[in-house]
Design a protein around this ligand. Structure first.
Ligand code: KIV
Ligand code: NA
Length: 276
């Protein structure tokens, strides 16, 4: 099976094929969603909330992302694996940013990296692309800016914000990004952005005009229930299924119904006698 590549992203937009993306943080989930046919897997810093139990993404480190990207890369045979650059890993200097992005590739086995922002980080994007590391941008609601945005809110509803998002998208394209995630922006603004650039837009809470969609897998499978954003559609109730399975196990085990003989290993009678 051919790997979905950054070139496949550009081709998909040209051909009008939608691009699918989901998050994964471990080998088993990556393998499942890869086998189901997802085009790309994002090892998102959403792992802060989903797997590490933090309140937001700000405590996630480069080492955290590398550790989980390694596992995901082993499970993803076809999907393009994207490592999310965490807070402060591409803010200090160009040199530091290239080094951190390089670690995602060299140690994490990712194919590409994602980072949040436009104009503010454009020198970093250019330098990382020059280092032959594919970059996907992220505009609109950028969760690493939560303390500046004053919460997780839809972005680009006023003219100034909307114009900045359109300009940032063009800057990212010019800097060499191969795609842009658009998070929580009005659907019609996402349409304008999508029509303004030749690289694909991947929406999350950004409506149907984007060239692709991304969701947090644990959200869309009903596994993460701390909160569910408006833009999530639940395609499964895996969380309920896990609880049901665990309750049956506890129940059967306590009643002596599990394990059964077929789950056990035998020892021959002669040996057994010698043990008494
Ligand atoms: O960390 C993440 O999962 C993300 C997606 C929601 C785009 O950045
Ligand atoms: Na993220």
């Amino acid at each position: 099976m051919n790997r979905f590549t950054t070139a496949s992203f550009i081709k998909a937009k040209k051909d009008g094929d939608k691009i699918s993306m989901l998050t994964a943080y471990d080998y088993s989930m990556a393998k499942l969603i890869d086998e189901a046919g997802v085009d790309s897997i994002l090892v998102g810093d959403s792992m802060g909330m989903v797997v590490l139990g933090y309140e937001n993404t700000l405590q996630v480190t480069v080492d955290d992302i590398i550790h989980h990207t390694k596992a995901v890369a082993r499970g993803a045979k076809r999907a393009l694996v994207i490592a999310d650059m965490p807070f402060l890993s591409y803010h200090i200097s160009v040199e530091d940013s290239v080094r951190n992005a390089g670690r995602m590739i060299q140690e994490g086995n990712a194919h590409a990296v994602k980072l949040e922002g436009g104009l503010e980080v454009i020198d970093k994007v250019e330098a990382i692309v020059k280092a032959q590391i594919p970059v996907i941008g992220h505009l609109g609601l950028t969760p690493q800016s939560v303390n500046v945005m004053g919460g997780f809110k839809v972005q680009g509803k006023d003219e100034a914000q909307a114009k900045k998002i359109i300009e940032d998208a063009k800057l990212l394209e010019k800097a060499g990004a191969f795609a842009i995630v658009l998070e929580c922006v009005p659907e019609r603004l996402a349409k304008i952005v999508t029509e303004s650039v030749n690289i694909p837009t991947i929406g999350i809470g950004a409506g149907k005009y984007c060239d692709g969609q991304v969701l947090v897998t644990q959200d869309m499978l009903g596994m993460f229930t701390d909160f569910t954003p408006k833009f999530v559609k639940k395609y499964s109730e895996v969380g309920a299924s896990i609880k049901g399975g665990v309750q049956s196990y506890i129940d059967e085990m306590k009643k002596g119904l599990f394990p059964e003989e077929k789950h056990t290993f035998a020892i021959d009678e002669e040996t057994l006698k010698k043990l008494y």
